[in-house]
Design a protein around this ligand. Structure first.
Ligand code: 2RA
Length: 330
């Protein structure tokens, strides 16, 4: 089993390496791959020094699986070359997500759809993954009519440079490097990714379109407002979901607490609810503030938090890779 991690030097890349280790992912050979800038760099991993190699060398090495976290344009150019060489690509970028010929996979929901023929598999957007995972058991039980989601997203979702901007502002540096169009520390930006002609941002449209694709249901109505906040550790989401039929709050709690990968933290009397500070470095999705929307029937309010670099990116990708190996699809 030859495994490549493409984009190994980035924030998500290093999280992938951590998750592979924590999950005891078996491989015989590990290739750490990055852009020309990082080729030749030494990375110490699990007590061994690895030399970073370039994309062309990685394709020539014909790994069984390549987990990509190198951005959309690298993925558009290189994922097909890996696929052509027989490698199965698990891609973290948005490049292939809405391509009708590619599967968009959250393993707990739809890994069963994967086959040996899937050579490029898309990992959904971080804010979508945590929401759909928490909604999945409720969708089965009650059917979903409409979702209204507002997000509170960590700067780690933008990458290392954004973390640097926030920390530099916090430390009072005179000219902090600007990744966002505005100050992020002590601020909130109702703006993630680029604005679209319809007034939504690309991040909002990802949540809308990816949810329908993962659930294979275009009839579900979704609307989203995505917001960047000066935090690290995870993305938080306020989700208002209208079901096709009425629900019992006790049953909702039970269903969620029985869902693999989901942890219910819902004890407001003792100030217990999900927070990014607690989700940091955890693979699970945390759900709380479960309550009826009293303004209309069949509608639930919930608060969903997960480490966007974990279940929102690295963990989900590693779980897809593990599923492929376990089911002999590579
Ligand atoms: C963000 N969703 O948080 C992005 C990362 N993929 O900006």
């Amino acid at each position: 089993m030859k495994l490549a991690v493409v984009g190994a030097t980035g924030l998500v890349g290093s999280e992938i390496l951590e998750v592979l280790d924590e999950h005891n992912f078996h491989y015989d050979e590990l290739l750490l791959v990055a852009s020309e800038r990082s080729v030749g760099k030494q990375i110490e991993y699990k007590g061994k020094k690895h030399t970073v190699i370039g994309l062309a060398d990685a394709v020539a090495a014909k790994p069984h699986i390549a987990i990509f976290s190198a951005g959309g344009s690298t993925s558009l150019e290189w994922a097909p070359k890996f696929a052509e060489a027989g490698t199965t690509v698990v891609d973290n970028s948005s490049a292939w997500r809405m391509d009708p010929s590619k599967k968009l996979v959250v393993p707990e929901i739809n890994a069963k759809e994967l086959s040996k023929e899937d050579k490029i598999i898309a990992n959904p957007n971080c804010s979508t993954i945590q929401m759909v995972l928490a909604l999945e058991p409720l969708r089965h039980q009650y059917g979903i009519k409409r979702i209204v989601v507002s997000t509170y997203q960590s700067v780690t979702g933008t990458g290392k440079a954004a973390v640097d901007q926030m920390m530099a502002e916090r430390e009072g540096e005179a000219n902090p490097p600007m990744v966002y169009p505005h100050k992020i520390d002590m601020n909130v930006l109702p703006h993630i990714d680029v604005f679209q002609p319809n007034g939504y941002t690309k991040e909002e449209m990802k949540m809308i379109n990816e949810t329908k694709k993962i659930f294979s249901d275009n009839s579900i109505q979704v609307t989203a407002t995505t917001v960047r906040i000066p935090t690290m550790g995870g993305h938080s989401e306020s989700v208002n979901v209208e079901f096709n039929k009425d629900f019992d709050l006790g049953e909702v709690r039970k269903l969620l607490s029985e869902t693999p990968g989901v942890i219910v933290q819902d004890d407001p009397a003792n100030f217990v609810y999900p927070m990014p500070i607690n989700a940091h470095k955890k693979d699970e999705v945390f759900v709380g503030r479960l309550r009826r929307d009293e303004s209309q029937p069949n509608t639930l309010n919930m608060w969903i938090v997960a480490d966007n670099l974990r279940k929102g990116a690295a963990t989900n990708a590693v779980q897809i890779a593990a599923y492929l190996v376990k089911n002999q699809l590579v």
